[in-house]
Write a protein that binds this ligand. Structure first.
Ligand code: 3H9
Length: 699
C-alpha cells in the first residue's frame, strides 16, 4: 500500500505514502487510482483531496524505476492523471513541502489546488536530462503564463509557493492554506465548498499563448543554446512548451511524449540520472551507520593563510561558523586576510553578496600567531606546505595544544595521512580533508579516512561537508587519494602524447572538445607547473625507474611555471589569461623527441581522448579494487566536481560503461603495442579485465 484512503465526513482523502519523497512508483500510482475508484463508488463522498504523507506532497516519478518495466506499467502516470481529470467528483490537490516533477503534474491534473506556504514547486526534470513527461510542459504554461513556466522548466529550479501565489493572474493555486499544519483541514473545507461545482475546471481547457508567438520561442531557444552546452534537454523543453501554444492540447501532449522518450534514451540523461544517485550515495559509508554519534563543530581553526587556507576559511565563514587562522608571520596573516576581503568585495560588487552579510562574515574571522589561541577549536585544518617535515611540526604542535576531542585535519593532496596521524597521540581524531583550489568555489572535498580515524569523526566531517555545501567523497589512504592518483596517469599519457608527436594545444583542444573544461596543459599553467614538478621529484625518489615524459620537468627548468610567471606550456600576455601557443615550448618538445630518437607521428584526436580518459578509467579500476573508493560512482563524483570532467558524460567510470568495458580493454591492448608507451601501463586492471570478460559494467 503506497497511499492511504480515509473518509472525513463527505470528503475522501487519498494520502500518498511512499517514503522518502512519495515518488510516484507503480504501487503508489495503483493505490491512487484505487482510491479514486473507491471514492467514486461511495455515494456519501462528495469531493476528494489528494495529498502526501511525511516530508513531501510528491517528489515526482520514482526515478529508481526508470528503465524498468515498472516505470510504464499501467496505471502509468498519464493514466492516473486522466483518471483524476475524468473523476466525476471534484479532486483537490493539497500541496505541502515539495511538489516536483510528476508530483506537480499530478496536481495540475486535479480540478483544484491548495498549497501550504513554503512549499517548493518545481519541474526539475531537466536536471535529469529529460523534460516533464506527464503534461507539465502543456499545463504549467496554462496556469502561470508561458514565460514563467518556461523559465521554471528550463532551469528546473524550485520556486516558493507564496511567490507563485502572488503572481498576477496565476491559476496554479486556487487557495493558500493558513499554514502547513492547517493544510489538510483547509483542503477538506475547500473541497466541501466546491463539492457541487459543475462543470469541473480542467487546466487543459485554459488558453495558452505568448503575445510574440514563435518569435519569443526563437529568442528562448537562442538563450538556452548558450547556457546548455552538450545537453539536449533544455532546447527540447522550449520545443515542448511551444507546442502547447500551437495546436490542440492532445497534440501538444503527444509532442511532449515524443520528446520525453527521445531524451530518456539519450546518453546525456543516463549520465545525469547516474549523477543524481551517485551524488547522494557518496555520503553513505558502509560501516558508518546514519545514527553514528557526531561531534559538535562550533568553531574552526585553519593553519596557513595562503590561497588554500584562506579559501578553506571562507567556506566556514559562509556557513556562519567562526574561524581563527594561524600563520607564522604577521605579514602573511595580513596578506591572507586581505585576499579574503578582496574575494568578498568582488562578490559584493557583482551583487552576489549583500554588504551586511560581508561584514557579518568578516566579523567571524580571527587571526593569530600563537597556537595557544587555537586550543578550543572543534576542528583544525592544516593547509601548510606539502612536505612531510612541515606537516610533522604542525601536527606535533597541534597534539600538544588542542583540547581533547578536537578533530585534527590535514589538507594534504598526496601525503600519507596515517603517517601524519602518527605524529600525534590521537590518531582516531586525525582525518584528511582535501579541498580543491579555489577552495571557496570548488565543490569537491576528498575525505581521507586513515587506518585509525574514528567512525564518529567520519560521520561528523561528512555532515559538516553538507553544511559547507561540498560534495564529500571518502577516500582511503594512498599516494594522491582518488583524484590525484588518477590524474597522475592522465598526466603521464599527456606527456607521452607530446613525446610522440602531439602539441600541447592539440591535446588540450581534443579533450576540451570531448567536454573537459580545460585540457591538461592549460590546467597545468593555471595551477602552477611547479607543483607537479615537486610531486614528481618526490615520486621519482620513492619509485625509481618510474617512466614518464621529461618535457614537464624541462618546462619547469626553463622557469615556465604557468600563468603566474607569464609563461608555461603557453605564452601569456601581461594581465591576460589567453593561452598563446609557444614556439619556445614547441622547440623544447622537438629537441626532447630528438634526444629520445623518436620520429613524430600524426596522432588523431580520438586517440588523444581515449588515452587520456582510459588512463583514468584503468587507475579508477585499481582504486576500486584496492578499496580506496567504495563505489565507481564515488570516483565519478570526484572527477565531475573536482577535475572538470564533462557532466553530460557522467564521469570516467560511467563513460567507460557507456563505451563498453570490452571496447575499453580492446583499445588498451592496441595502445600496449605502441613502442614508446609503457606496455605495463596499459595492462588492464584485474577488475576491469574481469568485468569486460563477463560483459558487466562498473556501475
Ligand atoms: C519525473 O517526475 C518525470 C515525469 O515528468 C514524467 C513521468 C512519466 N524518485 O535529495 P535528498 C530519494 S522525474 C526516487 O537527499 P532532500 C533520493 O534518492 C522526477 N527517489 O533529500 C534519496 O534517497 P536515499 C522529477 C527519490 O530532502 C532520498 O530521496 N523529480 C526521488 O534534500 C532523499 O533525497 C525530481 O527530479 C524520486 N523522484 O531533497 C526530484 N527524489 O536517501 C528530485 C528523491 O536513498 N529530488 N529521492 O539516498 C529532489 O530534488 C530532492 O530529493 C527533494 C528532497 C527536493 C525531493
Amino acid at each position: 500500500m503506497s497511499a492511504e484512503y480515509e473518509v472525513h465526513g463527505d470528503v475522501a482523502v487519498i494520502t500518498m505514502n511512499n517514503p522518502p519523497v512519495n515518488g510516484l512508483g507503480y504501487a503508489t500510482r495503483a493505490a491512487i487510482t484505487r482510491g479514486l475508484d473507491q471514492a467514486s463508488a461511495d455515494a456519501s463522498v462528495k469531493a476528494i483531496v489528494v495529498t502526501g504523507a511525511g516530508k513531501a506532497f510528491s517528489g515526482g516519478a520514482d526515478i529508481t524505476e526508470f528503465g524498468t518495466p515498472k516505470a510504464t506499467a499501467e496505471p502509468n502516470l498519464h493514466s492516473v492523471i486522466r483518471a483524476v481529470e475524468n473523476c466525476d467528483k471534484p479532486v483537490v490537490a493539497a500541496i505541502h513541502s515539495v511538489a516536483m516533477g510528476g508530483g506537480l503534474e499530478l496536481a495540475l491534473g486535479c480540478h483544484y489546488r491548495i498549497a501550504a506556504p513554503g512549499a517548493k514547486i518545481a519541474l526539475p526534470e531537466v536536471k535529469l536530462g529529460i523534460l516533464p513527461g506527464a503534461g507539465g510542459t502543456q499545463r504549467l504554461p496554462r496556469v502561470l503564463g508561458v514565460e514563467t513556466a518556461l523559465n521554471m522548466i528550463v532551469s528546473g529550479e524550485a520556486v516558493n509557493s507564496e511567490l507563485l501565489a502572488q503572481q498576477p493572474g496565476q491559476k496554479l493555486f486556487d487557495r493558500m492554506a493558513g499554514s502547513a499544519e492547517s493544510l489538510l483541514e483547509d483542503a477538506i473545507a475547500f473541497a466541501r465548498s466546491v463539492a457541487a461545482a459543475r462543470p469541473l475546471p480542467l487546466v487543459r481547457n485554459l488558453p495558452c499563448k505568448h503575445p510574440l508567438g514563435d518569435a519569443y520561442f526563437q529568442f528562448a531557444r537562442n538563450m538556452v543554446k548558450g547556457m546548455a552546452k552538450n545537453l539536449p534537454a533544455p532546447a527540447k523543453c522550449v520545443d515542448a512548451v511551444q507546442a502547447a501554444t500551437q495546436g490542440r492540447f492532445e497534440e501538444g501532449l503527444a509532442k511532449e511524449r515524443e520528446l520525453f522518450v527521445q531524451l530518456m534514451l539519450s546518453p546525456e540523461s543516463r549520465a545525469l540520472r547516474h549523477i543524481f544517485f551517485a551524488e547522494r550515495a557518496t555520503s553513505k559509508i558502509p560501516d558508518v551507520p546514519p545514527d553514528t554519534p557526531q561531534r559538535d563543530i562550533r568553531s574552526v581553526a585553519v593553519i596557513g593563510a595562503g590561497t588554500m587556507g584562506g579559501g578553506i576559511a571562507m567556506n566556514f565563514l559562509n556557513a556562519g561558523i567562526p574561524v581563527t587562522i594561524l600563520e607564522m608571520k604577521q605579514e602573511a596573516l595580513d596578506r591572507g586576510v586581505a585576499t579574503i576581503r578582496k574575494n568578498y568585495e568582488g562578490q559584493v560588487k557583482k551583487g552576489k553578496l549583500k554588504s551586511d552579510k560581508y561584514e557579518q562574515r568578516m566579523g567571524l574571522l580571527k587571526t593569530t600567531l600563537d597556537y595557544q589561541d587555537l586550543k578550543d577549536a572543534d576542528l583544525v585544518i592544516e593547509a601548510v606546505f606539502e612536505e612531510m617535515g612541515v606537516k610533522r611540526q604542525v601536527f606535533e604542535k597541534l597534539d600538544q595544544v588542542m583540547k581533547p576531542g578536537a578533530i585534527l585535519a590535514s589538507n594534504t593532496s598526496t601525503l600519507d595521512v596515517n603517517e601524519i596521524a602518527g605524529f600525534t597521540r590521537r590518531a582516531q581524531d586525525v582525518v584528511g580533508l582535501h579541498f580543491f583550489s579555489p577552495a571557496n568555489v570548488m565543490k569537491l572535498l576528498e575525505v581521507v579516512r586513515g587506518a585509525k580515524t574514528g567512525k564518529d569523526v567520519m560521520a561528523t566531517v561528512m555532515s559538516m561537508a553538507k553544511k559547507i555545501k561540498k560534495t564529500a567523497v571518502v577516500s582511503g589512504v594512498c599516494d594522491g587519494f582518488i583524484g590525484n592518483r588518477m590524474v597522475e596517469q592522465y598526466g603521464r599519457q599527456a606527456g607521452f602524447l607530446l613525446d610522440e608527436g602531439a602539441t600541447p594545444q592539440q591535446v588540450d583542444k581534443a579533450i576540451e572538445r570531448f567536454g573537459f573544461a580545460m585540457g591538461p596543459f592549460r590546467m597545468g599553467d593555471l595551477a602552477g607547473n611547479d607543483i607537479g614538478w615537486a610531486i614528481r621529484k618526490r615520486r621519482a625518489l620513492e619509485r625509481p625507474g618510474m617512466l614518464y615524459s621529461r618535457t614537464a620537468d624541462k618546462l619547469c627548468e626553463m622557469g615556465r611555471f604557468g600563468q603566474k610567471t607569464g609563461a608555461g606550456w603557453y605564452d601569456y600576455q601581461a594581465g591576460k589569461r589567453d593561452a598563446i601557443p609557444s614556439a619556445q615550448v614547441e622547440k623544447m618538445i622537438e629537441d626532447h623527441r630528438k634526444e629520445l630518437g623518436i620520429t613524430p607521428r600524426k596522432i588523431s584526436d580520438e586517440e588523444i581522448v581515449q588515452r587520456l580518459v582510459f588512463a583514468l578509467v584503468n587507475e579508477g579500476a585499481h582504486i576500486l579494487e584496492d578499496g580506496i573508493a567504495a563505489r565507481a560512482g564515488d570516483i565519478d563524483m570526484v572527477y565531475l566536481t573536482g577535475y572538470g570532467f564533462p557532466l553530460h558524460r557522467g564521469g570516467p567510470m560511467l563513460y567507460a560503461d557507456e563505451v563498453g568495458l570490452f571496447n575499453v580493454v580492446q583499445a588498451m591492448k592496441r595502445f600496449q603495442r605502441n613502442p614508446r608507451d609503457d606496455a605495463k601501463f596499459w595492462e588492464p586492471a584485474p577488475l576491469l579485465a574481469r568485468l569486460a570478460a563477463e560483459g558487466k559494467t562498473f556501475n
